[in-house]
Design a protein around this ligand. Structure first.
Ligand code: FE
Length: 344
């Protein structure tokens, strides 16, 4: 890049979440998507590391023959089997697909933070597996071996087709829709649905005062994930405001169809992993819970609820309430507004 001393200042009105490379992807200021900067700061104030949480009690309970039932051990291993690879899939999507096509430096700042958080989550699972002396190769390889986990991972990975291609570019109607579809699937489904029956199981352990160190790790992860979901919804909202033509009726139908399919996959997973139920949560409870959160995810992006069921696990919304920091779980997309024409 040659120096150009007469270059005009960056035109903030040309800054876009995608397709805005004309407005310079390197200069953080002038900032247009201020909401993304707020997310970046909120995420930093929630910083945590897995090694800060004591696993001592968990280690004793895991070694003891009297604390955990065989079914509980099996459930714990299986949810870790899902978790250990899910956050790597999320991280890869941010780094290889999302970041490259985002043209707002302030949105990119949060994505850098989010990618790091996905790494922290994978670290947390590794730390749990290592602390308890579990079989790493069994746990980390489970997504290839268990149908219920494989089917969820494979559903998500299909949406990387095309977008991971180094020649993929936004800027056409078709590709912009494909990119938006990837965002919807990763935010609403991977971050918003596929973690939640496993979260519920982990909080089931916590409520029984079992494996509470692992459950606390998951509680921090769930707080991060709820922020990832909210950020993703806001990013979708921003792209829709900037390119309303992408959100066609046909596109909306497609997203609703994916969410319904994801709810089915998540329910099948819960049913296969916990055939006899666990901690008072049975197959019917999981189905209702998953359908309940699937409806909430649809509503977050302005799509109609499909299932209309009550939340059978109301304690799950309390589980996210870590007292010390700001909780984004119930924050609504509409609180954030994209700036109009700004002067710089
Ligand atoms: Fe995430």
């Amino acid at each position: 890049m040659a120096i150009n001393k007469d270059a005009p200042p960056v035109d903030i009105n040309k800054r876009r979440a995608i397709n805005g490379a004309d407005a310079d992807v390197i200069q953080l200021y002038p900032m247009r998507h201020k909401w993304a900067w707020e997310y970046y700061n909120a995420a930093n104030s929630n910083h945590w590391l897995p090694t800060e949480i004591s696993m001592q009690l968990d280690i004793e309970q895991w070694r003891s023959n009297t604390v955990l039932t065989d079914e509980e051990r099996h459930a714990f291993e299986t949810v870790l089997g899902f978790f250990t690879t899910a956050d790597s899939i999320a991280a890869n999507n941010i780094v290889v697909a999302t970041y490259r096509h985002i043209t707002s430096p302030e949105i990119r700042m949060y994505l850098l933070r989010q990618a790091y958080e996905e790494a922290i989550h994978t670290h947390a699972y590794q730390y749990i597996v290592q602390s308890l002396g579990m079989d790493e190769s069994k746990i980390f390889n489970m997504y290839r071996k268990r149908d219920a986990i494989y089917n969820k991972a494979s559903f998500i990975l299909d949406f990387n087709d095309g977008i991971f291609d180094p020649t993929f570019k936004t800027g056409t109607f078709e590709n912009d829709q494909k990119f938006l579809e990837n965002l919807c699937v990763f935010s609403l489904i991977l971050e918003g649905i596929f973690f939640y029956s496993s979260f519920a199981v982990m909080f089931g352990f916590q409520r029984q005062h079992k494996l509470t160190g692992a459950a606390e790790q998951i509680q921090y992860i769930m707080r991060d994930e709820s922020m990832h979901l909210n950020f993703g919804c806001q990013l979708i909202h921003t792209i829709r405001e900037e390119q309303p033509e992408l959100w066609t009726a046909e596109f909306q139908e497609k997203i609703i169809g994916y969410v319904k399919e994801a709810a089915r996959l998540e329910y099948t997973y819960a049913q296969e992993v916990f055939p006899n139920g666990i901690f008072g949560m049975n197959a019917e409870g999981f189905r209702q819970y998953i359908e309940h959160i699937a409806d909430r995810r649809l509503e977050r992006v302005g799509l109609p609820a499909q299932f209309h069921v009550e939340n059978p696990f109301p304690w799950m919304s309390e589980a996210i309430d870590l007292p010390k920091e700001k909780n984004f779980f119930e924050t609504r997309v509409t609180e954030y507004k994209v700036g109009g024409a700004l002067d710089w």
